[in-house]
Design a binder for this molecule. Structure first.
Ligand code: SAM
Length: 257
């Protein structure tokens, strides 16, 4: 068992921050402790308390394996943002297979629509400094999963922040301080009313040098319409594709002219 925390732990109500786990439940795979991380842990636990508690009626614990590690995700079918979608699996596979080429160690990453957090967890395990974002009501479960799978076993503890597409971006993510090496997105395009705001957010978050990695299962004609608009503003490369499952993974670099 090499998840960071024991999977025997029961899902915990999210009204309160989880206590730091006992030492013996950590590092069962022999990974080393992060240097000087106790302050980070304290900060992260404090930040957890400000999120709206996620009170789904039922949860399941789903197991994934990336980078040789078992990752345990608390999921609920009661919210789109509380289950791992196929685009997330595709993006995680790509990240683990191209870690060196992508230079992920120490890279600054922001994930939009992070849901239950699998992509952010894998990026953190691969050494990146991750900010996972989503709608307010899924942040409690997202934070729980991130802590459960990264506490004391990643160089940088991933952060969680609210980011509603197209809303208050300048206040929450001021351009003056904004720089990410990668913006990650998986299965953020489906039948919802915020596609224009989503695209505007993708554009907003990209600076010169930022690479956007977007994985999506293509289901609807509106998904392809979004792709057309995406290509108008991003230089777009298809990095991977499964025709069988209709999952595509794109790299986008914002056009600056
Ligand atoms: C289909 S789920 C994908 C979750 C995760 N990325 C994955 O692939 O497993 C879409 C995600 O986008 C988020 N989302 C939907 N509308 C949003 C909005 N207007 N602003 C921010 N996030 C939004 C949802 O909360 C959810 O987490």
């Amino acid at each position: 068992m090499d998840a960071c925390l024991s999977s025997e732990q029961q899902p915990r109500p999210l009204e309160e921050a989880p206590s730091p786990p006992d030492d013996e439940t950590l590092h069962t795979d022999g990974t080393s402790r992060c240097p000087g991380d106790s302050n980070e842990i304290e900060a992260s636990l404090r930040s957890l308390q400000k999120f709206v508690p996620t009170n789904y009626a039922s949860y399941t614990q789903e197991n994934y394996r990336f980078v040789g590690k078992k990752i345990v995700i608390q999921e609920s079918i009661e919210s789109y943002g509380a289950v791992v979608w196929p685009g997330a699996i595709a993006l995680c596979q790509y990240l683990e297979e191209h870690t060196e080429e992508l230079n992920l160690r120490g890279a600054k990453i922001l994930e939009i629509g992070a849901g239950p957090g699998l992509v952010s967890i894998v990026a953190s395990i691969l050494g990146a400094q991750v900010m996972a974002t989503d709608l307010p009501d899924v942040l409690g479960n997202l934070q729980y999963n991130l802590l459960k799978n990264t506490l004391n076993c990643t160089t940088y503890l991933p952060e969680v922040k609210e980011l509603v597409w197209g809303e208050g971006l300048e206040q929450s993510f001021p351009k003056s301080t904004l720089y990410y090496d990668y913006v990650l997105a998986s299965d953020v395009v489906y039948h919802h009313y915020f596609l224009d705001k989503l695209l505007a957010t993708m554009v907003y978050l990209c600076q010169p040098g930022t690479v956007l990695l977007w994985a999506n299962k293509f289901r609807f004609s509106t998904d392809y319409e979004f792709l057309d608009k995406f290509k108008q503003v991003f230089d777009t490369t298809l990095l991977a594709e499964s025709q069988e499952s209709s999952i595509k993974l794109f790299k986008g670099i914002l056009k600056w002219d």
